[in-house]
Ligand binder design. Structure first.
Ligand code: FAD
Length: 459
C-alpha cells in the first residue's frame, strides 16, 4: 500500500449526518482518502447496547447515511465488535494516517475514546475529536463557584449568557474515497438490527422516516407551521404540535447547531414566544447531558442518594406487564403505553403521566420503567431517558418533588378534554370491554407518600 493511499478514518457514532459534521469536514480537509465507518459495539464494558426500537431506527439511519456518503463519492463501512480492538485493527489494516470523531459524553464511551486516541497518537496518527452533539460542552457551563449545575433554570440562563453557539458547517461538497474492498466491514444486514420473527416494526415504519433528509424536512415543517403555537399546544397530546425531532437528534441526523440557527433565523414577532420555549426544550436536552457528565451512573443509580432508602415493595410482574401492555384501566396511561408500543414514541406530557403512575401509584422502581422505555423508544437516549425518569421519580436533578403525584384522570381532563388522544389509542374506552382500574388512585397515592417518609427520614 503506498503512503498516498493512507486514509483518514471518520468514525461515526451519534452523528449520523453529513452536514455540520466537524469530524467529516476535518477528514475531507486533510486531502487524504476518507474512510467512513460505523462500529456496532455491544461489548465494551459500560457501553449500553441499543434497545429494540432504537436498533430499528439505527438500521435505517445507517442505510440513509450510506446513501448520502455515496452521493459525495464515499460510502459507509460497517464493523462490529468492541470499539477499541476493532478500530485498532482497522488502523493496522489500512495503514490509516488520521482518525476523527465527534464526542460522546457517557463515562464508558469517553474512556474508550480516550484510549483509542492515545494509542492512535502513539502510532503517529493525527487523532482529533470535536463537539457536535451539544450546543454547550458539559464541562464549560459552571456555577459561580465553579461546580456543575444541579438546577435547570440557572443552567439554561448560564448557557444563554455564553457566546451564541457556532454556525453549522455545510456538508463537504465531495469526498475523496478510500477504495474499500471486501476485506473491510460487513453488510448492514449482518448487524441483524431489524426485527424479523416476528416483524413488529409496522407501526414504526408508518410513523417515521429515519435519515438526515427527513430530519431536515421535519425541522422545516415545524418552523413553518407549528412553532408559533408551540407554547400553547405542546402539552396537548391530541394535536401534533411538537417538532418530533427527538429521534433525529438522538441519532445525530440533525445537529442542535442547525436547529438553533434555523430557529433563530425563523424567529419573528409572531412566533418569538414559541421559538424561545422550543429552544428552552433543547436546553433540557443539554441539561440531561450536563447531568450525565456529572452523574455517569444515572441510568442505574439514584442521583439523590437519599432515595437509596426508598422502600420499593416486591415487584409483582403482572402489575408491570399491565403497565407495559396498556391494560391498567387508566385511560391516559393505557393510551400512552399503546402509542409507545405501536410507534416507538409517546407525547411528552403522557410520558410524565405514565412514569408517575408506575413509580407512585404502582410503586415500581423507576429503573424498570426506564429499561422498558430504553427498549421501546426510537429516541431512547442515554442521557434524556434516565434523566427524565429520575425527574419524575423525584430522585433526579432538579426533580419534581416526590409528593407531587400526577393524577392521571385530572391530567386527562385537562390535557385531552375531548378524549381525542385516548380514543385514538384505546378505542374500547367507555365500553364494557374496557377494564376497571387496577389500582385505586387515592389509596395508592397515600401509600406512595407513606413510602416517601422513609426517604425524608434518610435525608
Ligand atoms: P419537542 O417538544 O419538539 O422538543 C424539541 C426537542 O427538545 C426534543 O426533540 C428533544 O430533543 C428536546 N427535549 C424536549 N423535552 C425534553 C426533555 N424533557 N428532556 C430532554 N430533552 C427534551 N427525550 C428523548 O429525546 N429521549 C428519551 O429517551 C426520552 N425519555 C423520556 C422519558 C420520560 C419519562 C420523559 C418524561 C421524557 C423523556 N424524553 C426523552 C423527553 C421528551 O418526552 C421528548 O424529548 C419529546 O417528547 C420528544 O418529542 P419532540 O421531538 O416532538 O419534542
Amino acid at each position: 500500500m503506498t503512503s498516498e493511499a493512507r486514509p483518514a478514518i471518520v468514525w461515526f457514532r451519534d452523528d449520523l449526518r453529513v452536514a455540520d459534521n466537524p469530524a467529516l469536514t476535518a477528514a475531507a480537509s486533510t486531502g487524504m482518502p476518507v474512510l467512513c465507518v460505523y462500529v456496532l459495539d455491544e461489548e465494551s464494558p459500560g457501553v449500553r447496547p441499543p434497545g429494540g426500537a432504537a436498533r430499528w431506527w439505527l438500521h435505517h439511519s445507517l442505510e440513509s447515511l450510506d446513501g448520502d456518503l455515496r452521493r459525495l463519492g464515499a460510502r459507509l463501512s460497517i464493523l462490529r465488535g468492541p470499539a477499541e480492538p476493532t478500530i485498532a485493527d482497522l488502523i493496522d489494516q489500512t495503514d490509516a494516517g488520521a482518525i476523527f470523531w465527534n464526542r460522546r459524553y457517557g463515562e464508558a464511551e469517553r474512556t474508550v475514546d480516550e484510549r483509542i486516541k492515545a494509542s492512535a497518537r502513539d502510532r503517529g496518527l493525527e487523532a482529533s475529536s470535536f463537539g457536535a452533539s451539544l450546543l454547550f460542552e458539559p464541562w464549560t457551563i459552571r456555577t459561580g463557584s465553579g461546580t456543575p449545575f444541579s438546577v435547570y433554570t440557572p443552567f439554561w440562563r448560564a448557557c444563554l449568557a455564553e457566546p451564541e453557539p457556532r454556525k453549522p458547517l455545510p456538508a463537504p461538497e465531495k469526498l475523496r474515497p478510500y477504495p474499500v474492498d471486501d476485506r473491510i466491514g460487513i453488510g448492514l444486514d449482518d448487524l441483524d438490527l431489524l426485527p424479523r420473527h416476528p416483524d413488529w416494526a409496522a407501526g414504526l415504519r408508518e410513523a417515521w422516516t429515519p435519515g438526515e433528509a427527513s430530519a431536515l424536512d421535519a425541522l422545516t415543517r415545524f418552523l413553518a407551521d407549528d412553532v408559533a403555537d408551540y407554547r400553547r399546544d405542546r402539552d396537548t397530546p391530541g394535536i401534533a404540535a411538537t417538532s418530533r425531532l427527538s429521534p433525529h437528534l438522538r441519532w445525530g441526523e440533525l445537529s442542535p447547531f442547525t436547529v438553533w440557527h434555523a430557529t433563530t433565523a425563523a424567529r419573528s414577532a409572531a412566533n418569538a414566544e414559541g421559538a424561545a420555549t422550543f429552544l428552552s426544550e433543547l436546553g433540557w436536552r443539554e441539561f440531561a447531558y450536563h447531568t450525565l457528565f456529572r452523574s455517569p451512573a444515572m441510568a442505574t443509580e439514584n442521583i439523590r442518594g437519599e432515595f437509596d432508602a426508598f422502600p420499593w415493595p416486591r415487584l409483582h410482574p403482572a402489575a408491570l406487564r399491565a403497565w407495559q401492555q396498556g391494560r391498567t384501566g387508566i385511560p391516559l396511561v393505557d393510551a400512552g403505553m399503546r402509542e409507545l408500543w405501536r410507534t416507538g414514541t409517546m407525547h411528552n406530557r403522557v410520558r410524565m403521566v405514565v412514569a408517575s403512575f408506575l413509580t407512585k401509584n404502582q410503586l415500581i422502581d423507576w429503573r424498570r420503567g426506564e429499561q422498558w422505555f430504553w427498549d421501546t423508544l426510537v429516541d431512547a437516549d442515554p442521557a434524556s431517558n434516565p434523566f427524565n425518569w429520575q425527574w419524575v421519580a423525584g430522585s433526579g436533578a432538579d426533580a419534581a418533588p416526590y409528593f407531587r403525584v400526577f393524577n392521571p384522570e385530572l391530567q386527562r381532563t385537562k390535557f385531552d378534554p375531548h378524549g381525542d388522544y385516548v380514543r385514538r389509542w384505546v378505542p374500547e374506552w367507555d365500553t364494557a370491554d374496557y377494564p376497571e382500574p387496577i389500582v385505586d388512585l387515592g389509596e395508592t397515592r397515600r401509600a406512595a407518600l407513606a413510602a416517601y417518609d422513609v426517604v425524608k427520614a434518610a435525608q
